[in-house]
Design a binder for this molecule. Structure first.
Ligand SMILES: Cc1cc2nc3c(=O)[nH]c(=O)nc-3n(C[C@H](O)[C@H](O)[C@H](O)COP(=O)(O)OP(=O)(O)OC[C@H]3O[C@@H](n4cnc5c(N)ncnc54)[C@H](O)[C@@H]3O)c2cc1C
Length: 537
């Protein structure tokens, strides 16, 4: 297999123009080219002076690779394609003494469970929430009728936190073994659009994600795994520093010396239980802020200029950072083009926001978190659980500010910068359901965070014209940007002080998004398999 990079075609090229263009670029006849697949497609919207082009990386097979490589040896964009195929670490023995447990069926638990099942370990997966169809109804219960189900919601249930999301599938993690490709291939096998394998910023969108996670569950079950819903783990059994099993809220005990914890960042009760049992953990930095909404057209025009609205480019995104004078960094988080702001609490009487989009990304507004980094050293010293306590305080206060109905407190950007309460909306209609209450957000976050965001919004105007327009909307609050703690693991990816306990994914502090949680799920399944099979890492 060979690879060509920096292969450029006009934005408006038809799909069937790719093959002849490739033949021409390689200067070969049609019968020479046996096959080709797109590996990557990107474009550079920063160069507004030149015509926008798609830039492809294409893997291809020709009849005589050696001859072609020799003829084009001067061409630095053509060479052998690296092997990015996934290789399993081993296979379970025919007789399994005990089945490994996976706690949590979000992206991390799904991929850990899938990998263990593919290796023949027949995992038992325990998920506190409901299967995805029931969960969808429960989640809409909060959005439409102000009714929260604390065990089945945006955070908890089949598919985990990312199920009702934009389904962005990119990450900046180091991935020398190309495990991210394995994650994307498995998503496609389960029904995700094939383009996620090559577009530079792939996303799936909420409706498609629900079907994808259901199909992945069926695959795990077909391989001998078991996925149990409404099974909350309430205790862990540890003897002499060795994991022995877990206890469920029903009182049932399940024995296993190998347990993967893929809890997500919202399992506060479970974190407290683990801390009480002496599992080593430490507080870690996270971020707090608001969601901001603008008309998507404003973002498209700022980012894509004359190409705004081009069907092949879709709704534009952005990524912004500002270093404030008070030493804090403000940045855009989880930007959702053409999406909506959603109520994302899993606990009664709390308000927390996040964002989601459908695959089409065709809602009126763009939204993102505008958040400020905070650290245990500066902002919540002491216990490893202090970050959770801070989140809880802020989310409870936001609930009060919203009128104690799960409506969210909100303010126009102009009023926020001027420091006065908003009393009427402008042209930007907030998308948050069940609704917003206009107020002054000044005491929704610590003073340093308010100060930093007030400084950042006008600064972002320099990069995106209209970003700090008076009637853009801020909705509060964003607190669950990542886990406030880390369940630290050693080189063998096991807990520092409990053998057989494998903390993983976002909740353990080792991932920050769907793709990285999936990659960590695979890595943790590999570590568990190595431990059972006695293979060195
Ligand atoms: C609204 C929203 C939009 C998002 N959008 C994106 C996006 O576009 N792109 C992106 O990359 N990321 C996005 N994220 C973040 C992403 O969803 C998470 O990073 C990812 O889901 C983390 O995966 P995880 O498997 O580690 O944890 P989770 O997905 O949180 O899964 C943990 C699972 O564990 C279960 N659980 C917890 N405690 C217990 C227990 N005691 N017993 C049994 N089960 C338990 C929970 O019910 C949950 O299902 C979004 C998140 C939200 C909330």
């Amino acid at each position: 297999m060979l690879r060509i990079t920096e292969f450029k075609l006009p934005l408006d090229h038809a799909d069937d123009e790719l093959r002849p263009a490739l033949l021409q670029r390689l200067a070969i006849g049609s019968d020479e080219l046996l096959d080709f697949t797109l590996f990557k497609r990107s474009y550079d919207a920063r160069k507004k002076s030149t015509e926008l082009q798609f830039i492809y990386t294409v893997d291809f097979q020709v009849r005589d690779e050696a001859a072609l490589l020799q003829r084009l040896s001067h061409d630095k964009h053509i060479g052998p394609a690296p092997d990015v195929s996934y290789k399993m670490v081993g296979h379970a023995p025919a007789e399994l003494n005990q089945r490994p447990l996976v706690v949590g069926f979000g992206p991390c638990g799904i991929f850990a469970g899938l990998l263990l099942a593919q290796m023949g370990f027949k995992p038992i997966i325990l998920e506190r929430g409901t299967e995805v169809r029931q969960r969808t109804k429960d989640t809409w219960g909060l959005w439409r009728k102000n009714v929260l189900n604390p065990e089945s919601n945006v955070q908890f249930g089949e598919g985990g936190a990312g199920t009702f999301s934009d389904g962005k599938l990119y990450s900046q993690i180091k991935d020398p073994k190309f495990i991210g490709r394995k994650v994307l291939h498995e998503f496609v096998k389960a029904g995700a659009p094939e383009e996620i394998l090559y577009v530079s910023k792939p996303h799936i969108g909420t409706f498609r994600l629900t079907g994808v996670v259901e199909n992945m569950r069926h695959q795990i079950e077909a391989l001998g795994g078991e996925v149990r819903f409404q099974q909350r783990v309430t205790d862990v059994l540890i003897e002499d520093g060795q994991m022995q099993g877990v206890v469920l809220d029903s009182g049932e005990r399940i024995d296993s010396r190998h347990v993967i914890l893929a809890l997500g960042h919202s399992a506060r009760d479970t974190f407290r239980m683990l801390h009480g049992r002496g599992v080593f953990m430490e507080a870690k930095p996270f971020s707090v802020g608001f969601r901001i909404e603008h008309p998507q057209g404003l973002i498209d025009r700022a980012r894509l200029g004359k190409y705004a609205g081009h069907p092949k480019l879709g709704a534009a995104d952005y990524k912004l950072v500002h270093h404030a004078k008070n030493g804090r960094s403000v940045y855009s988080f989880c930007m959702c083009p053409g999406g909506t702001v959603v109520a994302a609490t899993s606990e009664p009487n709390r308000v927390v926001t996040n964002g989601m989009s459908q695959y089409s990304r065709n809602e009126r507004n763009a939204n993102s978190g505008i958040v400020v980094g905070i650290t245990p050293e500066q902002d919540y010293p002491g216990s490893p659980l202090a970050g959770i306590e801070l989140q809880e305080r802020l989310e409870s206060h936001a609930y009060l500010m919203g009128g104690e109905t799960y409506e969210a407190p909100a303010q126009l950007v102009g009023d926020f910068i001027a420091g006065k309460a908003s009393t009427a909306l402008g042209t930007v209609e907030p998308s948050y359901k069940p609704g917003v209450k206009l107020t002054d957000l000044a005491d929704a976050l610590p003073a340093f965070a308010i100060e930093a965001i007030r400084e950042a919004l006008p600064a972002f105007e320099k990069q995106i014209r209209g970003f700090s327009q008076h009637d853009a909307i801020l909705t509060g609050i964003e607190t669950r940007t990542s886990s406030p703690l880390r369940i630290t693991r050693g080189e063998d990816l096991q807990s520092l002080n409990v053998k057989g306990l494998f903390p993983a994914g976002e909740g353990a502090g080792y991932a920050g998004g769907i793709l990285s949680a999936g990659v960590d799920g695979i890595r943790i399944a590999e570590a568990l398999a190595r431990d059972i099979l006695g293979i060195a890492g």
